[in-house]
Design a protein around this ligand. Structure first.
Ligand SMILES: [Zn+2]
Length: 64
């Protein structure tokens, strides 16, 4: 069984989002317990998918 954790996702324009690894609910800040399913969180894990998105956008916009 996996330990519950927040998956930190960073949106380019909407700020950060924390997704519960147990129930998939998302919130704008990392609570000690998930408000949706009540599980106690051990850690926050950064999801690098959004970093790739940001790099792609930079390429599309032609910025450095
Ligand atoms: Zn949850």
């Amino acid at each position: 069984m996996k330990k519950p954790h927040w998956i930190e996702k960073e949106h380019l324009f909407a700020g950060k989002e924390y997704v519960c690894s147990c129930c998939g609910a998302s919130f704008d800040e990392p609570w000690e317990e998930c408000p949706a399913c009540g599980v106690k969180m051990k850690k926050i894990k950064y999801d690098p998918v959004y970093v790739d998105e940001a790099e792609m956008l930079d390429i599309l916009l032609g910025d450095e």
